[in-house]
Design a protein around this ligand. Structure first.
Ligand SMILES: Cc1cc2nc3c(=O)[nH]c(=O)nc-3n(C[C@H](O)[C@H](O)[C@H](O)COP(=O)(O)O)c2cc1C
Length: 140
């Protein structure tokens, strides 16, 4: 299975989390690309068997949180993703608010089946990310 992980990172936390997630995917025996949304090719990402999109949380810390505009713009460039498994992840400092549900809704609007949502308070992958990969492998 080919998994594409893309992320938007300003100070490196989300990049580090994404790279850790890519290592987990590869350890599970899959191919995995990991790129910033600035570098990733939307057509290549959309062609993967499963997609994972990450953003840092941007807001006023306690209110109005969401993914970055660049993240949502990148999702918009992916085109139709009918039935493709997808996961979203975000790093945050205090309160993540609706960041994950906004990302999830954007992917679902393009037809993706969003079945993984992960958050971490720092530069690491969420503890339960490996479960998503295992379930994905089981259903492939
Ligand atoms: C302008 C700005 C706004 C932020 N807003 C929030 C927020 O609303 N809630 C929160 O928990 N963290 C917020 N953060 C913290 C970042 O989301 C957090 O440090 C994240 O891990 C940074 O990821 P990065 O290192 O990949 O850029 C904000 C950071 C910045 C610079």
């Amino acid at each position: 299975m080919k998994v594409a992980i893309v992320y938007d990172s300003s100070t490196g936390n989300t990049k580090a989390a994404a790279e850790q997630m890519a290592a987990t995917v590869r350890e599970a025996g899959h191919e995995c690309t990991v790129d910033s949304i600035a570098r990733a090719d939307p057509a290549e990402v959309a062609a993967a068997d499963a997609i994972c999109v990450g953003s840092w949380t941007k807001g006023l810390y306690v209110i109005l949180q969401g993914p970055t505009a660049a993240t949502l713009e990148f999702i918009g460039q992916l085109g139709r993703l009918d039935g493709k498994p997808a996961a979203v992840f975000a790093t945050y400092a205090i309160a993540i608010g609706k960041t994950l549900s906004k990302m999830s809704a954007a992917l679902a609007a393009q037809g993706a089946t969003v079945n993984g949502r992960f958050k971490s308070k720092g530069p690491m992958a969420a503890d339960n990310f490996d479960v998503w990969i295992r379930d994905l492998s089981d259903s492939a």
